[in-house]
Design a protein around this ligand. Structure first.
Ligand code: MG
Length: 281
């Protein structure tokens, strides 16, 4: 089976591994399953995840870690006409993945400095770009917004890594990439393509990375807002893990067509659910 595995809330929670999940994934990989990680997080690149996942004992291969940053880079690389130069509103992980895919990057921080110095001429500050790529940017400013919106208005493709409005943090809720995307959408009047879950693109790009179709996958995730709707969008089966943000009670409130195929409270229940899905074909 192709297992598309969400990270935060499934393999780990923050810095803490979810007990038993890494070992189960090792066993499934040894038995022949393809394990590909899919996460909306755009802040880190594959090298960061290799370090983190191998430290937890999870099976890991850089080509099987499809963050929204990596998926965005693969999406842009395969577009026609080719995307050669992009303005990036986002963190180092996103920049690294774009550069690694052979795309020339204009940093929105650099463009914003030129904008401030040149009398607020955003077109001159950015120059020509084929796309504006937006992820979580912890140093987002009005000047970066002005530059990004101008480039989109001038005809650059507008691509969001994801539209998560908020994300959970040890100290509470933080604004997510989606809040920044919404600002650029408001200022430009253009709706972006969004790569991350709950849309289908992240799962499709992840499946294609190993030569498979997303509809044949089992999505393992902890969110009824992103993971399960993404699985539904591509026609994949899903296992909702109760080790993260969603609860069994929330499942019961959903229409049958929006529910996960299986629910697992822990790694042991996940093992049983995957055996059942493998047996069911
Ligand atoms: Mg999650």
């Amino acid at each position: 089976m192709l297992l598309l595995v969400d990270l935060d809330g499934v393999v780990y929670r923050g810095a803490q591994p979810v007990p038993g999940v890494a070992a189960l994934l090792v066993a499934r990989a040894e038995a022949g399953d393809e394990v590909v990680y899919v996460t909306n997080n755009s802040m880190w690149d594959r090298a960061d995840y290799v370090t983190r996942l191998s430290g937890m004992g999870a099976p890991v291969d850089p080509d099987r870690i499809i963050s929204s940053a990596r998926a965005t880079a693969l999406y842009l690389r395969d577009l026609q006409p080719p995307v050669r130069r992009v303005l990036v509103v986002g963190g180092a992980g996103l920049v690294n993945e774009l550069v690694d895919a052979g795309i020339e990057v204009v940093l929105s921080g650099d463009a914003a400095e030129r904008w401030s110095a040149n009398g607020r001429d955003a077109a001159a500050a950015v120059g020509h770009v084929d796309a504006v790529v937006v992820g979580l940017d912890l140093e987002f400013t009005y000047a970066r917004l002005a530059c990004a919106a101008e480039a989109v208005r001038a005809g650059a493709r507008f691509v969001a890594t994801n539209r998560d409005p908020i994300y959970p943090h040890e100290k509470g809720l933080m604004p997510g990439a989606g809040s920044i995307v919404a600002a650029i959408e408001a200022a430009s009047g253009v709706t972006p393509v969004s790569i991350g879950k709950p849309g289908p693109l992240l799962l499709e790009i992840a499946a294609h990375a190993v030569g498979k179709e997303a509809s044949d996958a089992v999505m393992i995730g902890d969110s009824l807002v992103t993971d399960v709707p993404a699985a539904v969008a591509v026609g994949a089966r899903s296992v909702l893990m109760l080790t993260g943000i969603s609860t069994r009670k929330q499942v019961e409130a959903l229409a049958a067509s929006d529910r996960p195929t299986e629910i697992a409270a822990d790694a042991a229940e996940l093992a049983v659910a995957l055996d059942r899905l493998a047996g069911g074909g």
